[in-house]
Design a protein around this ligand. Structure first.
Ligand code: ARG
Length: 579
């Protein structure tokens, strides 16, 4: 569609240039960006609102439309079969030949790569996402960073970027002192080996409660012990280091189960601990540049000139903080990966943290400070669902997925008991339903998760999208081999509409990247499904008696199959061939 839009824009511009007494000719790109889809398809497929030009041309919009129509009506740009004007709008109907032979022909040729771009070629992007805190629950608050982050990685790869996915594990900090102290008092190795991260979380919850109780009783024994254990860990005590490694291993094994369900792998698990020996250099630079100020014994960077609270670099005891690690990590990543962009996906609650240390990086004189991007997202709550909460009142990601998979299994059992790979399918559809529901709205919107809505096969949901995909698979499989054919004489309305929708794929992948919004793809998937299902209801496909039309419709079905499959993958969804 992009090429056609360009041609229309060029034609409009050249006619404006040819008008008498025109003060200024707009740039074709401006016209192209202004092209829109008319509200009523009977008017045309694309429209140019002429009021955009009325100021520059000093003419009323209907007069501009009429003038342009005079020229374009007689000689429409290539690919346009009809131009009309109504009020201040100039309308264009795309020719059937262009839609079939041209656009569908190109989709048939490029298949799953139709929405790919090459503007990322030769560039590297680092993406920091998911990043749970070891031995603390991996909860639904991490859903956003995990799926938005991974989808952004896939979208960048689709645009030709070389991507490095980093799980910046929260694997350092005083919580490990508490955990070690707790383990020494109440821990049981076997039990933890068996129970995994839940046991660690239980220990962590217990030690925090007991420290609180102690405090109320005016005692500090456990708190002191925790601090001492952390100090030992920091000084490289072998026993504590081994415990820390073990805690980390147990937590990772658990996270990896969830990552596997989502099809996510990381290129690096370098967490906060990895940067311990990389911080002193940065602290020294801060000091040399005179950026550090003492504040009650702590070292800070004053950011009042930028309307932000100070960025904390060192506590009064000299220990480092979250921003210190992020600064050291960014420098390390720049040196190691030479990134063109480094993207951090976290909840909006951390926006200030990122704004602060990005500013510090700038003040330190690193000229790549503007290659750092924070991508925030809103909060998730759970509506009307009773999910097991093994750990206080947080809902684990794992339990959310398990509940969705279980429900899905019972739907399949009821609707399609003879399905072959029930377990795998229930997992793909259940997990997919959660992802799709989550990625449907703009990322900054807070969402309330309602399981039954997410699993509704008739709503704008993952199951509906996967079901439509499975429908295309089964049509193609039943039809057997066929000779692809993109050309057809006159198109039926549902055929036109489906090709038009498919043609938008490259624009949608580009927009999703530009806005760092996977939801652009999610909503586009629904558009494709709706257009395909209308086509499926209205037109005979494999059973069409006319051989050429049959081949054309199968080609259109395959195009839908390829684009839908690729689009689902871009938002971390699997797509079984049967549901
Ligand atoms: N571990 C942090 C959390 O769970 C998120 C880390 C985000 N990445 C970063 N480089 N700060 O809140």
């Amino acid at each position: 569609m992009d090429k056609l839009k360009k041609r229309i824009a060029d034609a409009v511009c050249s006619h404006i240039a040819g008008m008498e007494g025109v003060p200024a000719v707009p740039a074709p790109a401006e016209i192209e960006a202004a092209l829109e889809v008319p509200p009523d398809p009977a008017l045309g497929d694309l429209a140019f609102p002429c009021f955009r030009l009325s100021r520059t041309l000093r003419m009323a919009p209907p007069a501009i439309a009429a003038k342009l129509y005079e020229k374009l009506g007689k000689a429409p740009p290539q690919g346009v079969s009809e131009v009309s004007c109504s009020g201040g709008y100039l309308n264009f109907r795309i020719s059937d030949a262009y839609l079939s032979g041209g656009i569908l022909g190109e989709i048939a040729e490029r298949g799953r790569d139709y929405g790919a771009h090459d503007f990322g070629r030769g560039k590297t992007v680092v993406l920091d996402y998911s990043s749970p805190n070891v031995a603390k629950p991996f909860h639904i608050g991490h859903l956003g960073t995990t799926v938005i982050g991974h989808s952004l990685k896939l979208l960048h790869e689709y645009a030709g970027y070389h991507c490095i996915g980093i799980n910046h594990l929260g694997d350092w900090g005083t919580q490990f002192g508490k955990l070690i102290a707790a383990y020494r008092r109440w821990g049981d190795r076997e039990r933890i080996e068996k129970g995994g991260v839940d046991e660690l979380v239980a220990l962590y919850v217990r030690v925090n409660n007991e420290i609180k109780a102690e405090e109320e009783a005016g005692k500090t024994e456990l708190a002191d012990a925790s601090r001492a254990e952390f100090a030992k860990l920091e000084h490289g005590d072998a026993e504590n280091l081994a415990l820390w490694e073990w805690f980390k291993k147990i937590s990772l094994a658990e996270y990896e189960k969830t990552y596997k369900q989502l099809g996510i792998t990381f290129d690096s698990y370098n967490g906060e601990a990895f940067y311990t020996d990389k911080m002193p250099e940065q602290v020294e630079i801060l000091r040399e540049k005179g950026l550090l100020k003492l504040d009650n014994g702590a070292s800070i960077v004053d950011l009042s000139a930028y309307n932000m609270p100070p960025c904390l670099i060192l506590k009064s005891d000299g220990s480092t903080l979250y921003p210190t690690r992020d600064i050291a990590a960014a420098v390390y990543r720049k040196r190691t990966y030479h990134f063109d962009k480094c993207i951090y996906v976290t909840s909006a609650g951390q926006s200030l943290h990122f704004a602060q240390w990005f500013k510090v990086v700038e003040l330190m004189g690193y000229d790549w400070y503007d290659e750092l991007y924070h991508v925030p997202y809103g909060t998730v709550s759970i509506g009307g669902e009773k999910l097991a909460t093994r750990t206080g009142n947080v809902i684990l990601l794992r339990d959310l997925f398990a509940a969705a998979v279980e429900k899905c299994r019972s739907i399949i059992e009821e609707k399609n008991p003879s399905l072959k790979e029930k377990d795998e399918t229930a997992e793909a559809v259940g997990v997919g339903a959660v992802i799709f529901y989550y990625l449907f709205g703009n990322r900054m919107r807070d969402i309330n998760f309602v399981m039954d809505d997410a699993l509704d096969f008739n709503g704008n949901t993952g199951p509906y999208a996967q079901y439509t995909y499975a429908r295309t698979s089964s049509i193609l499989e039943k039809a057997g081999p066929f000779e692809p054919r993109a050309e057809k004489g006159a198109l039926e309305e549902p055929e036109r509409d489906l090709i038009k929708t498919l043609s938008l794929f490259p624009e949608k992948t580009a927009a999703a990247l530009e806005e760092m919004e996977p939801s652009v793809v999610t909503r586009y998937i629904i558009e494709v499904c709706n257009a395909f299902n209308r086509f499926y209801q209205a037109c005979r496909i494999a059973s069409c008696p006319d051989g050429d039309v049959r081949a054309f419709r199968l080609t259109l079905t395959r195009a839908t199959h390829d684009i839908l499959g690729r689009a689902l993958e871009l938002i971390c969804m699997k797509h079984p061939d049967q549901i």
